[in-house]
Ligand binder design. Sequence first.
Ligand code: NAD
Length: 254
Amino acid sequence: MTEFLHNNNQLRKIAKLIASSKYCVAFTGAGVSVESGIPPFRGEGGLWNRYDPQTLELGYFFEQPDKSWEVIREIFYNFFGKVDPNKAHLVLADWENRGLVKALITQNIDNLHQQSGSKEVYDFHGNAMRLVCVVCESYVSIEDAELSVLPPRCKGCTGLLKPDFIFFGEGIPQLAYSKSVEAASQCDLMLIIGTAGEVSPANQIPIIAKNKGAVIVEINLEPSAYTNRITDYYLSGKAGEIMPQLDALIKECA
Ligand code: NAD
């Protein structure tokens, strides 16, 4: 049964749980970056209301790389590149620094966790800040990539460059997958922030944690696929507001 928590006294209970946990792992989704100005894919203001998801299908990318790249450049580089981490990202980075969070699994590709200082980050869907050559598999950092002529090409072999995040139809990066499963199996508390829990196989990660006995705490604006199923404590609200509140309460308890 999910317990829905609202007031400060109830939040204090979660602050104590986090402070006393032995191995807390965070699992984040698009919602953690909404307050930085990056819209989620679905719902009101979602990216798929403005863009065709076909752009990120692997087959379409190979058939029409110039068209696919035009949309990719607009969403992920002209726009994502100009946003900053918000308070939720910053609190998570600080908690890792203080030993309160051991690892962070993210479905996001925006690099904002790394930008805010988190180090043990598993990019379950890859990361937009790197491009990969589909022919020779060499990597190019986005700062060194030339996006004025599309599609961008590898300087070494002239192969097509693709963002190093997964497209529809692609598998999960192996290392991020194995690290995520390991962290989920090990944790005694999982903090799920801003994900609807509808994208597979990422949505199985909290279920692994639950099955191994972890307490599940969820922060979201609205109930997700986890709420009333595996979530023990549900905190309703914006991640950028609740995370600093929890942080203040943890500092009070210390
Ligand atoms: P989603 O779009 O399906 O769901 C977003 C969730 O965040 C919703 O449950 C919503 O209620 C919640 N939310 C919105 N604003 C919030 C806030 N301020 N605080 C807390 N919660 C908030 O996103 P998803 O579940 O992460 O899955 C969609 C896929 O989209 C993922 O695979 C992810 O890779 C990708 N995506 C990534 C980015 C990014 O990198 N920032 C952006 C859009 C989509």
